[in-house]
Design a protein around this ligand. Sequence first.
Ligand SMILES: C[S@@+](CC[C@H](N)C(=O)[O-])C[C@H]1O[C@@H](n2cnc3c(N)ncnc32)[C@H](O)[C@@H]1O
Length: 349
Amino acid sequence: MQERDVVKEYYGKTLQSSEDLKTTACCDIGAVPEWLKPLLANIHPEVLSRYYGCGLIAPALLEGCRILDLGCGSGRDVYALAQLVGPTGEVVGLDMTDEQLDVARRHQGWHAEKFGYNNVRFVQGYMEQLDELNLEPGSFDVIVSNCVINLSPDKDAVLRGVHRLLKDGGEMYFSDVYADRRVPESVRTDPVLYGECLGGALYWGDFLRIARRAGFTDPRLVEDRPLEVTDPVLAAKTGAIRFFSATYRLFRSDKLETECEDYGQAVIYKGSIPNSLARCVLDKHHDMETGRVFPVCGNTWHMLKDTRFAPHFDFIGDFSRHYGIFAGCGGGLPYDDSASGGGDGAACC
Ligand SMILES: C[S@@+](CC[C@H](N)C(=O)[O-])C[C@H]1O[C@@H](n2cnc3c(N)ncnc32)[C@H](O)[C@@H]1O
């Protein structure tokens, strides 16, 4: 069976609800933030019961945005995001599996009535062929995805298509499963491990290379957590490989440099983003407290100044003088691993 058929079978027929999963990979066990709880309470129980995501894909400041959800499944994130973008925004959900889309579409009217507006639509298709879906290039503010890209046999094509559909200054914000090494053939071809989002997991270093090749010069890690392979049979097959769920944000901007360069710049967060009054967290290394001067590299400056975040910051400095590489930028496993006492990548990005 082709990878796609394995995945369609797994999400269309094998799994009937989140309870049927065999690992914690395709199921987000992280705490739901308080502000999200009332939004999830507005979502139909059947949609919620078929949630197979691995992270939170709701960045700040979405009102009025146009969002695309790759591999939207039964639509939990689409319906949550629909409330965040509001009546002036739009959320498009894309999936390839009939059974998943049937659930998502069946409850569209129910949600429209609940929200008081209909701002979602669902499209059937493949995320590797985004240019065949009549979606206008440069027309999305944000593209999200929750535990889906690992299932793609052609991840390069997915990210190239995403880059093409994003507006300049827009971002891909997505959660997925990564491995601490390249996954061997025996794990990659196991249908259950593949369906459970482990077999197709990218080695994090390869993911960064693919993202950069697609035009996302400075991928930013937002959060991560180690995954447990609880099923003993599957654990024996995966052996010493460590898996992580991680959320990345990829800004589309031609101005970003390959390294974090220091121009002596800084920003001050105004404390004006809803649900983030005390601090604004751009990524794992940029937790900016309200009112405090926060030194930034040139790339972070662009991620804040040339995007929807700009009105919420004061900007200090410019690009007229270069001071070398931004201190603290480095390599190594970027994820925190409770088993080995923390990652060694204490970098700015
Ligand atoms: C792990 S589930 C996640 C579903 C949803 N994001 C959620 O959080 O519940 C993966 C979904 O991606 C879809 N999918 C996998 N590969 C795809 C592809 N190449 N193109 C479009 N959809 C795909 C599957 O049909 C399935 O619904």
